[in-house]
Design a protein around this ligand. Structure first.
Ligand SMILES: [Ca+2]
Ligand SMILES: [Ca+2]
Length: 348
């Protein structure tokens, strides 16, 4: 079971977005995209090593986590300027090889007020890095060993929200929520972890339930771990995408809603279903969800998170993060894990 859960770790990815910032800074014309049209020409960025997450700053730079090769500690955060020039920003994060022979290490990251909040799934740590004085192309890369990560994993394993399964932690994706606290989905513990803005105290905010395995008893266990991959906050509730564990049955991945005002543990309610291997979500300017599906048994997609039947772009090769630009109207960026690239889309 450990191996199966480890396998799910590397395929899960991403993130959340500053809905409020995205809305107020830009004059988006397309409130609810019906289609995403890819930019012509080469991809916005390529050559990324096992990339997992993207975020953007108010200057239009895209910051991306790369898990690395797993053969040396070459996990890193790369920054890509609006013109598409890529520079290493933080280098030398631990990168290891999972039992399934894929690189693992850094997971998602999030920009807020001059700082990057960066998760490392294998270390179970949160890094907070001030980048206000970092100039892409001229600043020397920050060395990861100079940073002090905050331990998340030990708390999560001790809290053991996924009991009776093994104690696991894989801090995977994050968003800011009520009181400005940070909310982290842990893909190993199947839980939402709250980190107090003021004193850094950690608590379990919600637990994502197992789902019945439609292929049991032929393939896999009777129930599957939810494996949360993305989290977004709309000002009152959280929306959470789930990968759904091995064997990743087509059409059985859910989006959950978790109240932002409930007392912990807040009980997730089913928001939408019928998806496959969800990896991320983002709100459109009109408040509608867009989601990414990794593509196991079926092709990967960018789809409406309100209706699983509505594809916005397909096939998409192993998409793991979707971002609504803070600076360019009607522009979405999508990160592709397998081919290591970022594509730019215009909403239509
Ligand atoms: Ca995202
Ligand atoms: Ca379970």
């Amino acid at each position: 079971m450990k191996r199966l859960q480890d396998f799910t770790f590397y395929v899960m990815m991403l993130g959340s977005l500053m809905l409020v910032n995205g809305c107020v800074l830009q004059d988006h014309k397309i409130q609810t995209p019906m289609r995403l049209s890819p930019s012509q020409g080469p991809p916005f960025a390529s050559g990324l090593k096992a990339p997992i997450g993207i975020t953007d700053d108010p200057k239009g730079n895209i910051w991306v986590t790369e898990a690395g090769t797993g053969t040396s500690n070459n996990g890193q955060v790369t920054v890509i300027t609006p013109s598409g020039m890529a520079y290493p920003a933080i280098t030398g994060f631990a990168s290891s090889i999972s039992p399934e022979n894929s690189p693992e290490g850094l997971t998602h990251l999030l920009y807020m007020n001059g700082q990057l909040y960066i998760l490392h799934g294998v270390e179970g740590k949160l890094y907070v890095v001030d980048i206000t004085s970092f100039n892409p192309g001229t600043s020397a890369p920050i060395v990861a060993s100079s940073l002090t990560g905050m331990d998340i994993g030990t708390f999560v394993k001790n809290a053991h929200p996924n009991a009776p399964d093994d104690k696991l932690s894989n801090p995977y994706n994050l968003t800011f929520g009520p009181n400005g606290d940070l909310f982290i989905v842990d893909a190993g513990a199947n839980a939402i972890v709250r980190r107090d803005k003021t004193n850094g105290a950690l608590s379990i905010y919600a637990v994502l339930p197992d789902v019945a395995n439609p292929t049991s008893p032929m393939v896999g266990p009777p129930t599957l771990d939810a494996v949360p991959t993305g989290i977004a906050y709309d000002g009152s509730d959280f929306l959470v995408t789930t990968l759904t564990g091995f064997p990743f049955p087509t059409g059985h991945a859910h989006i959950y809603k978790v109240s932002g005002s409930g007392s912990a543990p807040s009980t997730p309610t089913l928001y939408r279903s019928g998806f496959s291997a969800l990896t991320d979500l983002v709100f459109s300017p009109g408040g509608q969800l867009l989601v990414t599906e990794f593509g196991f048994g079926s092709a990967g997609r960018i789809a409406s998170g309100e209706d699983a039947a509505v594809a916005l772009y397909a096939p998409a090769i192993t998409p793991v993060d979707i971002l609504l630009s803070k600076t360019s109207p009607d522009t979405y960026y999508v990160l592709h894990y397998g081919p290591g690239l970022i594509t730019k889309f215009t909403a239509q």
